[in-house]
Design a protein around this ligand. Structure first.
Ligand code: G6P
Length: 372
């Protein structure tokens, strides 16, 4: 009913709007007065976490994209090797695990069969399993050694939005916590990032207030067949998530590429007026990547692409090459996905509406897939 949707036309719109609060709620009570993390609920002793030699993340769909981003954060802040794998592929390749492997299973519903089978396999091999989950008491947390709940609240729309942002927050918390427990050469950075993380809800709020041009842009692309998405570093999984949203909601052909791979194939797809969304990393921080992606934008534009550029506020270098510029607040590089994903959600939702699609219940999809 309309009341359930809180005055919004779709649950998805309501859930997009709830993201600032969901992000804040997932942080709530997990940072102490000294600015350090308190994750007592993660019932894996610090002594065990100190001995972990490898982290493996398993998940499906949107949760898999959160896991891809987590890999960058975990390896950077903890120096523990980390791999992220589709849960449906994981156990069939005989993966190497032992008691010093931490497996992180990410799932909004806690009922996805592929993810559940992956974690069962991991536990059989003696790995410790930490679930990141949004649904209290669901099967995946019940079968894990520990759980860190995301506090997104119930997510009704099939296409995941607020659950994704809170999965990211939970992943950052785990990465920073591992860094805190094990000691990291980035000690000061970890403290600074914990502080920055607390500001991310506000940044998401800021993004939400600037979405009208994104909706207008989406409406103008309703008759297109294909949209490509490019990103690098954590912007690469963001590009994949943007493409997934468009497939799910707009039933359009959409693909997310690592921008560095452009020259190895995807550039052949560029043609006159093809919309290409580019997620640009901060010009501060990893500026080499920034420069490379600016050249990518020039390359595809020279071949006729219509460039839709998501870049940090104040990033003047991209302006001359952006047919459409979507500005997001300045954040630390690793946290950028929390703000960069939001315009892509709004974009897909508006395109779906413009194409007359059912936003909350896309064809052929289920909110939770409980078969393998
Ligand atoms: C389904 C949903 C996706 C979701 C995926 C994983 O395919 O349609 O939106 O990302 O399952 O769900 P989970 O509940 O495990 O996060």
């Amino acid at each position: 009913s309309a009341a359930e949707k809180g005055g919004y036309d779709y649950f998805m719109l309501k859930e997009i709007a709830e993201q600032p609060k969901a992000v804040a709620d997932t942080l709530l009570g997990r940072i102490d007065a000294a600015g350090e993390l308190r994750l007592d609920e993660v019932r894996i002793p610090d002594s065990v976490l100190r001995e972990i030699e490898k982290v493996v993340i398993v998940a499906c769909g949107t949760a898999f994209h959160a896991g891809m981003i987590a890999k960058y954060a975990i390896e950077h802040w903890t120096r523990i090797p980390c791999e992220t794998e589709l849960a449906s592929e994981f156990r069939y390749r005989d993966p190497i695990m032992d008691s010093r492997t931490l497996v992180i299973a990410i799932s909004q519903s806690g009922e996805t069969m592929d993810t559940l089978m992956a974690l069962r396999h991991a536990r059989e091999q003696g790995a410790k399993v930490l679930a990141i989950c949004n649904t209290n008491g669901s099967t995946i947390p019940r079968e894990s050694d520990a759980v860190l709940y995301t506090h997104a609240g119930p997510e009704v729309a099939v296409a995941s939005t607020k659950a994704f942002l809170t999965q990211l927050v939970a992943c950052y918390l785990v990465a920073l916590y591992l860094g805190q427990v094990r000691g990291t050469k980035w000690g000061d950075e970890v403290l600074a990032v914990i502080k920055e993380l607390s500001a991310m809800g506000t940044h998401v709020e800021e993004v939400l207030t600037t979405m009208e041009p994104v909706r207008e842009l989406a409406r103008g692309l309703a008759d297109k067949n294909t949209v490509l998405f490019l990103g690098r570093h954590v912007g690469y999984p963001v590009a994949m998530e943007g493409a997934l949203k468009l497939k799910e909601l707009a039933y359009m052909h959409a693909e997310g590429f690592a921008a560095g791979e452009l020259k190895h194939g995807p550039i052949a797809l560029i043609e006159e007026d093809l919309p290409v969304v580019v997620v640009v990393p901060s010009p501060r921080g990893r500026s080499v990547l920034h420069d490379k992606i600016v050249s990518n934008i020039q390359e595809i534009r020279a071949r006729g692409a219509r460039t839709i550029v998501i870049a940090e506020e104040g990033d003047a270098t991209v302006r001359p090459y952006a047919d459409h510029l979507i500005e997001i607040p300045q954040t630390p590089t690793l946290l950028q996905p929390l703000v960069a994903t939001v315009p892509l959600q709004v974009f897909a939702c508006e395109l779906a509406t413009a194409r007359g699609n059912e936003v909350d219940q896309p064809r052929n999809l289920a909110k939770s897939v409980t078969v393998e």
